[in-house]
Design a protein around this ligand. Structure first.
Ligand code: DMJ
Length: 587
C-alpha cells in the first residue's frame, strides 16, 4: 500500500510466517528480560499451578459404586476394609439392580470345610444381583401403605429410640440403639422406599454409635442390629453399615470369653463387661445358638475370621452335649458349658431358633457343615417322637413341650413355634426328607387355626390344646396368654410355603391376617400390640410397636403378596431370625 500523505513513501510488504515468528520470539525475549526478578517469580509460580491443575483433571478417575474386593491378608478386618473398599457413601444406591462382587475363596492346602474354621481361610460374600422394583400387586401396595403408616408414627414420636409407643405418642428404649430404624432398613430397601431409606441411613451415619453405657442382650442385638446392618450392607454396599456392624461385633465379642466358650447373655457395650442375666445364672439355649449366621457373615465381608471362630465354637460345643433325641433343654451355663438339667424342652421361647439355625447355618455354609444337618435331622425326629401330638376333637397336629427333664408333656404351643413349618419346608427344598413337608403342612394348618378361631382373626401368644377330649374345642387360650405382639412367625412360614408350593391359599390366609392387624391393631400413630385377641370389643391396646413388626411381619407380608417367586431368592440368601437376608456361600 502507498502512503501519499508523508514525505516518504512506505511500502508494507507482508512478512513470511517464519520471519514473523522469529520477530515475535525476539520481542517476547526482550520483554521477559525487561521484567524484574519478582515479576518473573510470580509468572513462573502461576504457570506451574496451571500445569498441575491440568494434569490432575486429565488423570482423575471417578470412584465407582461397585466395590472391588481384593484380599491379601486377614489379620485385621478394619485394615482390610480401609484398603479394599472405595467410598460409595455419596453414591445413591440403585434399588433396581445392585451387583455384588464375586466371592473370593482363599483356602490354604488341607483346609477341611467340615472341620474347625481355618484361621487363614478368607471367604467373602458371593456375587448377588437384586431387583427390587417396588410393589407390583394391590396387596403389596396395601402392605407398603401399612409400613408407611407405622414409619410416620415412629418418625413423629420415637425417632432415634428403640420402639414407638403409639397410643401415648412416646417411645421405649430397651437398649437405646434406635432398634426400629436399624431393623427396618432392609425392609425399606426391598419396598423401594427411597425417602425413608435416605433418612434412616442418615440417622445411622450420624447418630448410631455403640459407646452406650448400658447392658444389652447379645442375642437380641445380634439378630436385630448386627443382622440388620449386615443385610442392608449387602443390599446397598454402603460402607457406613459395615463400619457400624464391625464396631458393634467387636464390642460384643467379650461375651464369648467365658470358661467354656458358651457366651454370657448380656454385655455393657461401653465397658465391654459380659455377664449372665440378672435373673438367672444361665444363658438361654436358643440365644447362644442364634448368633452364628450374623457373626459368620461378618467374617465373610471383613475377611477376619475371629467372629466366625467365636460362634462356631459355640455350635460345636452344643453339638457335643447330650440331648434327648436331638432335643435340647432351654438353659445352658456359660461357665460349665452344660445344659441345666430338668429345664424345659420346647420349640417356643428360649428353644425355638436353636433348631432354625441348625438348618440355616448348614445352608449358609453351602451345605458343608454336615454336623449341623445331622443335628437338625435328629431334632426333627425328636419332635415327631416326643412333641408332636394331635387334638382329640379334630386331630389338629401341634408341637407341645416336655417338662421335668423330659418326663411330663404339656399340650402348650407358643406362637413362636409357628416359624417351624417354614423352616421344615426350607429343609425339604434343600434335599431333606420329603415327609417333613407333611409335618410342615399340618402344623401350618394348626397355626392358621390359632388365628382363625379368634374373633379378631389374630393369634394369641400361647395356645393350649385338647388332647384328653374333655370338650369339643381343639384349642383354648388363657386370659394371660391372649395378647398379640404383632409377631411374624406364622406369616414367615406362609411365605416359605408359598415360595415352594405356589399354593395361593397361603397368600389368602396371609391377607386375612393382615386384615386382622388392620382392624384391631392399627391406631392413629402406628400399630400397637394388643392384650386380648378374644374379643373384638375389648382388644386392650398395649401401646407398643416392636421393631420386628417392621423388620419381619410387614416384610414377610410384602414378600408373600409378590407374584415374583424370586423377589428374594432363597438359593442365594438365608434369612436370619429377625428376617434379615444374608448371602449364602458359593462353594
Ligand atoms: C424376633 O425378635 C425374632 O424372630 C426372634 O427369633 C423371636 N422373637 C421375635 C419375633 O417374634
Amino acid at each position: 500500500m502507498v502512503d501519499y500523505y508523508h514525505d516518504h513513501v512506505s511500502l508494507d510488504v507482508p512478512l513470511s510466517e517464519p520471519l514473523l515468528q522469529k520477530r515475535k520470539t525476539k520481542s517476547l525475549k526482550r520483554q521477559w528480560n525487561q521484567l524484574s526478578k519478582c515479576q518473573k517469580t510470580v509468572i513462573c509460580t502461576l504457570s506451574a499451578m496451571v500445569f498441575l491443575i491440568i494434569l490432575y483433571i486429565v488423570t482423575y478417575e471417578p470412584e465407582s459404586a461397585v466395590i472391588s474386593i481384593h484380599v491379601s491378608s486377614n489379620e485385621n478386618g478394619k485394615d482390610i476394609l480401609k484398603n479394599i473398599r472405595n467410598d460409595p457413601r455419596d453414591v445413591e444406591p440403585n434399588f433396581n439392580e445392585i451387583v455384588h462382587e464375586n466371592q473370593v475363596l482363599e483356602e490354604p492346602a488341607g483346609a477341611d470345610m467340615d472341620n474347625e474354621v481355618n484361621k487363614n481361610q478368607v471367604l467373602l460374600s458371593p456375587k448377588v444381583e437384586l431387583k427390587f422394583t417396588g410393589p407390583a400387586t394391590t396387596r403389596q401396595q396395601a402392605v407398603l401403605k401399612a409400613f408407611r403408616h407405622a414409619w410416620r408414627g415412629y418418625k413423629k414420636f420415637a425417632w432415634g429410640h428403640d420402639h414407638l409407643k403409639p397410643i401415648t405418642e412416646s417411645y421405649n428404649d430397651w437398649f437405646g440403639l434406635g432398634l426400629t430404624i436399624v431393623d427396618s432398613l432392609d425392609t425399606i430397601f426391598i419396598m423401594g422406599l427411597k425417602e425413608e431409606y435416605s433418612e434412616a441411613k442418615d440417622w445411622v451415619d450420624k447418630h448410631l454409635h455403640f459407646e452406650v453405657n448400658r447392658d444389652v442382650n447379645l442375642f437380641e442385638v445380634t439378630i436385630r442390629v448386627l443382622g440388620g446392618l449386615l443385610s442392608i450392607y449387602h443390599f446397598s454396599k454402603d460402607d457406613i453399615f459395615l463400619e457400624k456392624a464391625t464396631d458393634l461385633a467387636d464390642r460384643l465379642l467379650p461375651c464369648f470369653e467365658s470358661e467354656s466358650g458358651i457366651p454370657f447373655s448380656d454385655i455393657n457395650l461401653f465397658t465391654r463387661k459380659a455377664h449372665a442375666p440378672k435373673w438367672s445364672p444361665d444363658s438361654s439355649t436358643s440365644e447362644v445358638t442364634t448368633i452364628q449366621l450374623e457373626f459368620r457373615d461378618l467374617s465373610r465381608v471383613t475377611g477376619d475370621t475371629k467372629y466366625e471362630l467365636a460362634v462356631e465354637k459355640v455350635s460345636r460345643l452344643v453339638h457335643k452335649l447330650e440331648k434327648k433325641d436331638g432335643l435340647v433343654p432351654i438353659f445352658i451355663n456359660a461357665n460349665t458349658g452344660q445344659f441345666r438339667s430338668y429345664s424345659t424342652i420346647t420349640l417356643g421361647a428360649r428353644g425355638d431358633s436353636y433348631y432354625e439355625y441348625l438348618l440355616k447355618q448348614w445352608l449358609q455354609t453351602g451345605k458343608t457343615l454336615n454336623y449341623l444337618k445331622e443335628d437338625y435331622l435328629a431334632a426333627i425326629e425328636g419332635i415327631e417322637k416326643h412333641l408332636a401330638k394331635r387334638t382329640v376333637p379334630n386331630g389338629f397336629l401341634f408341637v407341645g413341650e416336655l417338662l421335668n427333664g423330659g418326663k411330663d408333656f404339656k399340650p402348650k404351643m407358643d406362637h413362636l413355634t409357628c416359624y417351624l413349618p417354614g423352616t421344615l419346608a426350607l429343609g425339604v427344598q434343600n434335599g431333606l426328607p420329603k415327609k417333613h413337608m407333611k409335618l410342615a403342612e399340618e402344623l401350618l394348618t394348626t397355626c392358621y387355626q390359632t388365628y382363625a378361631q379368634q374373633p379378631t382373626f389374630l393369634a394369641p401368644e400361647i395356645t393350649y390344646f385338647n388332647i384328653q377330649g374333655e370338650s369339643s374345642n381343639d384349642m383354648f387360650v388363657k386370659s394371660n396368654d391372649a395378647h398379640n405382639l404383632l409377631r411374624p412367625e406364622f406369616i414367615e412360614s406362609l411365605w416359605y410355603m408359598y415360595q415352594f408350593t405356589g399354593n395361593a391359599t397361603y397368600q389368602d390366609w396371609g391377607w386375612r391376617i393382615f386384615q386382622g392387624f388392620e382392624n384391631y391393631t392399627k391406631v392413629t400413630n402406628g400399630y400397637t400390640s394388643i392384650g386380648n385377641v378374644k374379643s373384638v370389643n375389648n382388644v386392650r391396646p398395649k401401646d407398643m410397636m416392636e421393631s420386628f413388626f417392621l423388620s419381619e411381619t410387614l416384610k414377610y407380608l410384602y414378600l408373600l403378596f409378590s407374584d415374583n417367586p424370586k423377589l428374594l431368592d432363597l438359593e442365594k440368601y438365608v434369612i436370619n431370625s429377625e428376617a434379615h437376608p444374608l448371602p449364602i456361600d458359593m462353594v
